[in-house]
Design a protein. Structure first.
Length: 405
């Protein structure tokens, strides 16, 4: 922890902790605030300074008010300040994480509960608060968006996450985009880890068509271990990395073994303009391992009735990311994202037309026969990026810290 200039504030606290959050991402500040509220002395000797800019002052104020009220449960807690500027003054310690806050306070990291059910309950409780704050931040960002429907030929980003399956990707999936009737596209293929074969195959296409770019994660993410949880989060990290590089006014997701129809983008764009919709979902023709193909996709946005590659959404929602911890809610990553978009109040439209050809699903169903137990969920809560939710401590109504119980 380094020593920055100290904020000019009205506090009398001799020692101050300084945190610079990304207010659109609760993971950059919520667990640190929670540890501070749970462990900082209330004698006025210390305060936590949260840095804000002029553009996010209102958002930050709303978020911190909700977080403090929820975490403290009306109990007294040490001073928390929102500060815009820093000047040379009394002692300040820069903190970046919950662990930094505990170290600055001279406190030890509390152990997680020993019971699997309690671990899952605490992780879900922390996630519920983080999701509430993220929804507020996402809505704020959405309202700052422009008018993407005015552009008559907007750039559309097609993002394709992939892992160990480049044969159909290069033979069918990528050509279905590049040979479509809508030409103003960028196509981002992102591997879920180093994959030399996929890199070589996609870069051969990129050498002939500059609309194509290949990306990959430097190493495989730490996916949850249970088969259902792993399936729900398959490729979400790669998809998010592709979205980080997206430049389009609209985003069109596509799985690496599916195909767009020739007019996929043109059709969905036309419906988006017609209804000034932020998200449009069409129908998919889904091949079956046995029996005829089925058409999937209803007007009402609902689980199991919207396929990942049958969606197009505007850049008013492009800041949103797939949730790597959606398995805690037992939701697939794509449905979780569409549900959150609708929750923001985004305009939703449906196109009653097949826009996607979906490959037959995996027939290895035996690995999904085992139901998820509390022990399964607890193991993944401790062993994945979702572990940060366990750092979020709540005060009980009787004043005791729930996480220390």
């Amino acid at each position: 922890m380094d020593q920055p200039d100290c904020p000019e504030t009205d506090t009398k606290a001799a020692r101050r902790l300084w945190l610079t959050p990304d207010w659109t991402r609760p993971e950059t500040w919520l667990s640190a605030l929670a540890r501070y509220i749970a462990h900082a002395p209330t004698d006025g000797s210390v305060c936590l300074c949260l840095e804000i800019g002029a553009e996010d002052a209102t958002l930050a104020t709303d978020l911190v008010a909700i977080a403090c009220e929820t975490l403290a449960h009306a109990r007294e807690f040490a001073e928390v300040l929102l500060v815009a500027e820093a000047v040379d003054h009394r002692e300040v310690v820069r903190v970046h994480s919950a662990a930094d806050v505990l170290a600055a306070l001279g406190a030890h990291t509390p152990p997680p509960p020993g019971d699997a059910g309690q671990i899952v309950e605490r992780a879900r409780r922390g996630k519920a608060l983080a999701d509430e704050l993220r929804t507020i931040a996402d809505h704020h960002t959405m309202t700052l968006g422009g008018d993407p429907w005015l552009d008559r030929a907007p750039l559309v980003t097609v993002q394709i996450p992939t892992w160990k399956g480049h044969e159909r990707l290069v033979a069918r999936t990528i050509p279905s985009v590049l040979e479509g009737t809508y030409r103003n596209v960028e196509l981002l293929v992102c591997s879920d880890g180093p994959d030399p074969a996929a890199r070589a195959a996609v870069e051969q296409i990129a050498a002939r068509d500059t609309r194509v770019r290949y990306l990959e994660l430097p190493e495989r993410p730490n996916h949850p271990s249970h088969p259902w949880s792993a399936w729900e989060t398959a490729s979400v990290h790669a998809a998010n990395h592709a979205l980080d590089g997206a430049r389009g006014r609209f985003i069109a997701p596509l799985d690496h073994d599916d195909e767009f129809t020739a007019t996929h983008i043109a059709d969905l764009l036309a419906r988006a303009r017609q209804q000034r919709a932020d998200l449009v979902h069409g129908q998919a023709l889904c091949k079956q391992r046995s029996g005829p193909p089925q058409v999937v996709g209803r007007a009402r946005l609902s689980p199991g009735q919207v396929c990942h590659g049958a969606v197009l959404y505007s850049d008013r929602l492009a800041h949103m990311r797939y949730d790597p911890a959606c398995w805690l809610l037992e939701e697939p990553g794509d449905w979780n994202l569409w549900r959150r978009m609708e929750q923001l109040g985004a305009g939703i439209a449906h196109l009653d037309r097949v826009v996607l050809l979906q490959a037959a699903g995996d027939d290895d169903t035996a690995r999904f026969d085992t139901a998820r137990t509390a022990a399964d969920l607890a193991r993944d809560a401790l062993g994945t990026d979702a572990a940060w939710y366990l750092d979020i401590e709540f005060e009980d109504a009787d004043g005791g810290a729930e996480a220390r119980a």
